[in-house]
Structure formats: C-alpha cells, structure tokens
Design a protein around this ligand. Structure first.
Ligand code: S3P
Length: 436
C-alpha cells in the first residue's frame, strides 16, 4: 500500500490540461459499443474505473483497442446481440460502470453476473434494479437484490416512465440505456437535473432525445424512443472538471499561485463548484474555447482570492456532488461558517464521504462537524500536518493532499493507490504544478 508525504507549498503555477472526463469516457465506450460502425475516442481517461468499462464491453463482444495514448477505437455491435459473457463481469470500484452496464445488460437476451470490489459491493443497487425490473428484466442479488453481485437475465423490455427518488445521473443513464432497446418511449423524471452527459452523447451518436425542465417543482424530464440506431462517431473527451477542482482549490488557497487550466469541460451540470465559489465572493475568469462531444470546453485562470463562507444545498448539490470533499478543505480557509446540507448521497459514495472527510480533516486541526445530511465548517482555521487515511476513496485522498499543501509541517496520506480510479497522474501533476 503506497503513502504520500505532502509538505506545505507556496504556489501552484503553470498551464495544465486535466485528464479526460471520467463520466464522459465511460459513456463514450458504452455508446460506441452499442453503435453501428466505428467510434474513435481521443482524450480517453485511462484510469482503473474506465478500463473496467472497456473490459466489460469486450466481454460482451465489442472490439475495443488502444491505438495511442488516450486514443481508443470501438467497433460497435450495432443491432447485433451481445455475446453472453462466460465469466462474471467485474466493475471494480466503479459505480458508473456497474449502474450503466446494469441497464445495458438488462436490455439484452443474455445471462450475466455483475460484481465489484468490496466498496462497490456495499453501495446501493436497488435504485437501478427497481426500474429495470419494472421494465421486465429478471434480476436477483444479495440483500433482496439491493447489492452486488447481481444476476441479470435481460431482454424483451417495455418502456416505462420512471420518477427517480434521487437526482442521480447513474440511475437516469441506466434507465435510458435500457430504454434504447425497450419497446416504446422511456421517460425519466428526476427531482433536479443531474449531469446530462448521457443525453448529450446520445444526441451526438444520432439518437433523438427530448429533455425539458417541467413547470412544476423543477422536475426534469427526459424521453427516449426505443429501437433507435446509434452511429459511431469521432469524439474528444474534455478535461475532467472534478479533477481540475482539486487544483482550482489549491490555486485559490496558496498565496503565490497563478494557474491556467486548459481544455476543461464546463458542462453547467458539473460546474456547481464555480457557483458555490461565486456565492462566496470568488469569481473565476474563464472563457469557452470550443465544444467537444456536445460538451462546452473552456480555459480557466485561477489566482488566490479571499474566500467567504459558503452555503451549499438544494438543487446545487447534484452539480457539485463529487466536489464536496475539496470544498470542505476550502471551507477551512473561508471566513465564517460554511454549511453544506441535502448531501446525504455522499454517505453512499466510494466511502461515507461526510464521515471520512470530517474524521481526517479533524486530525489536521479543522473545525468541522458532520451533520446527518451535510457538513458544518468553521474558518479560517490553520491546518497542521498529520497522519491521515484515504479510506480507499480517491477523492478523499486527493482532497487531503491539497489540504497537506496548506498545512504546517508534514502530512502523510495512507493508501493512495485508489487515485488510480479517476486521476492516475495526480502525483505527477503535483510535482509539475506545485512550487515550494
Ligand atoms: C456519475 C454520477 C454521480 C457521480 C459519479 C459519476 C456518472 O453519481 O457522483 O462520480 O458518471 O453518472 P450518482 O449518479 O450516484 O449521483
């Protein structure tokens, strides 16, 4: 098990392009596999999570090849049936792989067993099993079909209208992917809009998909007719805003920083952190420079700025769901009391992030309290180095590394191999951007 030792730094400086977006990389392989013809993906995130999706696509009979660094070609199955996998499908640590693939598997007349690592086997799957069963899939699994491994016998699905209790892009995407091969029009209604990469990419592959924000209660609806043919495309994956978020935070807090982040995806369903910062008096300069795979891409410049306490909750939560650990670190340096609420979904991520970030930041001197559905953080509080744990959670490991850069003394972070799931180059980025 590897550890990191992090020292206090003066700045992060330079021009940097974040690694490819994790959510978009998964979807590019999955839609490429379902499409007719060839899909060429540039800027693919070669991380453990996304490689799990590749491995499962191959077990289902698609040809997926790496032709150069970050360049992957998928020969799609088109309307052809998937190959019935002759072994268990292992999603590793990847919730996106498990939940999106569950939708794909449920749509095909094959038998498959889907599992994951110890962390993923603890995470809730009822949220995808329930709509898929309503569509007609036969699914059985541990704990009354709410935990992996799941045994899935799919095919012959009928379209449903499904109202998701939580705004989850994984659930929405799972139902839409199943709906692609279902009979009729599948509709997903979510309480607030979650990341919409699947919808954007389906359109890029030639599908007709309708999306609307309802007049009442802000409900978001998306509709897709089954039986549509997808056509392979060439696409470039934008940089991952969630990976950039760690360096945005570092540049805001380290006094002599000046960081230019290029090629970063700024899909508004992902950039809630910028909204939270704007509410705290921090306006980051950014310029949209193009579009890729139906996603806006920008250059962002970050320099240190004083930060006021933040209030984060409600509809904003899905737009910054993965940034809450690093926002907690930022909040330790903000003036006043930051309150994060409506974030109980964090309890079922790769770790219970409300508990793990509280436990670890406290070891560094933070004044942070864990609430049932959020966090309360008092700042500004000077942090000091400590011996902390990742809890096997990549975003906790990286948030603690950034905390280590502003802490007095030395911070040791235990078990950091988990960063391979989303940001394998994190350590190299640290050595390239950080000035001591
Ligand atoms: C993701 C959706 C989010 C997010 C995860 C990636 C996706 O999960 O936290 O990192 O790619 O669809 P939920 O759908 O559980 O909110």
């Amino acid at each position: 098990m590897a550890d990191w030792v992090i020292r206090r730094a003066r700045a992060v400086r330079g021009r940097w392009t974040p690694p490819g977006d994790k959510s978009i990389s998964h979807r590019a392989v999955i839609l490429g596999m379902l499409a007719q013809g060839r899909t060429e993906i540039r800027g693919f995130l070669e991380s453990d999570d996304c490689l799990r999706t590749v491995a499962i696509a191959r077990q289902l009979g698609a040809t997926v090849e790496r032709t150069a660094e970050g360049v992957w070609v998928v020969e799609g199955l088109g309307g052809r049936d998937f190959q019935e996998p002759n072994d268990v499908l292992d999603a590793g640590n990847s919730g996106t792989t498990a939940r999106l693939m569950a939708g794909v598997l449920a749509s095909a007349p094959i038998f498959s067993v889907l599992t994951g690592d110890e962390s993923l086997r603890r995470r809730p799957m009822r949220r995808v099993v329930e709509p898929l069963q309503r569509m007609g899939a036969h699914i059985d699994g541990r704990q009354n079909s709410s935990r992996l491994p799941l045994a899935i016998r799919g095919g012959d699905l009928r379209a449903i209208t499904y109202q998701t209790p939580v705004a989850s892009a994984q659930v929405k995407s799972c139902v839409l992917l199943a709906g692609l091969r279902a009979c009729g029009v599948t509709e997903v209604i979510e309480p607030t809009l979650s990341r919409d990469h699947t919808e954007r990419m389906l359109a890029a592959f030639g599908a007709t998909i309708e999306s609307a924000i309802g007049n009442h209660h802000n409900l978001h609806r998306v509709r897709l007719r089954g039986g549509q043919t997808l056509t392979g495309v060439a696409l470039s994956v934008p940089g991952d805003f969630s990976s950039a978020a760690f360096w945005i935070a570092a540049a805001l807090m380290l006094p002599q920083s000046d960081l230019i982040i290029e090629g970063v995806g700024v899909n508004p369903t992902r950039t809630g952190m910028l909204e939270a910062l704007a509410g705290a008096g921090v306006h980051l300069r950014w310029e949209q420079v193009g579009e890729s795979a139906g996603e806006p891409v920008a250059t962002l410049r970050v320099q240190p700025q004083p930060l006021q306490a933040m209030r984060i909750g409600g509809d904003l939560i899905p737009r910054l769901i993965d940034e809450i650990p690093i926002l907690a670190v930022l909040a330790t340096q903000a003036y006043g009391i930051t309150e994060i609420c409506d974030a109980s979904e964090l309890r079922v991520k790769e770790s219970d992030r409300l508990a793990t970030i509280t436990e670890e930041l406290r070891k560094m001197g933070a004044r942070i309290e864990c609430l049932p559905d959020g966090l309360r953080i008092e700042g500004p509080t000077p942090l000091h180095g400590a011996h902390v744990q990742s809890h096997g959670d990549h975003r906790i490991a990286m948030a603690l590394a950034i905390a280590g850069l502003i802490a007095e003394g030395e911070t040791r972070i235990e078990s950091v191999e988990c960063v391979q799931t989303s940001f394998p180059d994190f350590e190299r980025t640290l050595s390239e951007l950080v000035v001591y």
